[in-house]
Design a protein around this ligand. Sequence first.
Ligand code: PMP
Length: 407
Amino acid sequence: MHALRAQFPVLAQSIHGQPLAYLDNGATTQTPLAVQQALQQFEQRDRANIHRGVHTLSQRATDAFEAARGVLKRFVGAGREHELVFTSGTTEALNIVAQGLWAAGPGKAWLRAGDRIIVSGLEHHANLIPWQQAARMTGAELVILQPDAQGRVHVQDLQALLTPATRVFAITAGANATGERPPYEEMLQLARAAGALTVLDAAQAVGHGMPALATLDCDYMAFSGHKMYGPMGTGALVGRRQALQLLYPLRLGGDMVEWVSYEDAGFAQLPARLEGGTPNVGGAVGLAAAAQFIDSVGRSAIDQHLHALRARAVAGLSAIDGITVLAPHATQAALVSFVARDVHPHDIGTLLDERGIAVRTGHHCAEPLHNHFGLGPTTRASFALYNTAEEVDRLIAAVAHAVKVFQ
Ligand code: PMP
């Protein structure tokens, strides 16, 4: 993995006179040269609007966009029953699903008054707030699958919540605040068998260990490009065609219609139906290049490396007096979150930055989960394939120093 660092020019810099140790990959990963070159080639050779022009550049751009769709479908292990809709990221994808299930209005929408929506208590705000709104708009009931004191969610707890009125179940494939990996395969299966539509937030999982989508009982899966070595402002919603067909389009306008009169419009077939407006065509091309880059390295090799870095970090940080690591049991995580007794995470983050180490501090867009733990903000270090054991050791040493300075 170390040799791959040369593919990421951004890493070869000093911050405050120290070599950059970029450990904020759960928020955003860096892009390799292959992705940067794909973006540049599109901008320098093929840039044009898609699906609309008969001219050569428009055709090339359309071909590149549709080829990227194919690459990404294969990357996530989509089956014949699946379609991929390009989005600006996970947040937009989840909003397309949640709003799409109520926006058609009473009598037409999937969600109705009295329905039950179950959402896990581990979720990023992007997989919670759209469901709060869906419940509010329809009169459905939002029920949280509560985590235990260690931040685990349990299959039998979900079983107890599933009722014939359950119409949606939404869960993450990896919690961004703790690294928890819920038993989502079994949960999706149970929820779907109970008649619910199932939603998987794969933002923290798609770049490494995830089963092929075709093997999951998943109706909708969302992910972001910028967390898998791809461009910012890119991502996708991949779903079963039948399930995508249920969604009232969120983005109404050009490119998503078959015919339009002054009074009415007929929506296009999938995927155009959910892709109104001009998409980030170059971004889609760059995202496909990121998927190919990941596959060229190998997802199981990446996983092994990330789990080893995480294990090293958990061992080192837990040994520091005053540090508590969240979800130490989550051995398949690519991140570690922790709190220090009597030290504010922002102070730790600032001190780490002075040593060239980039981490994230705060609630990580999962405020209810932090409240559930009775915790304030935390510090999170998150790893990517280019990180090294030496960087983890620098993190541990710097945290030990911060605890001494501030306590
Ligand atoms: N879900 C999870 C689990 C995440 O980690 C994130 C990003 N932190 C999101 C959703 C939102 O992703 P984006 O900001 O790319 O839309």
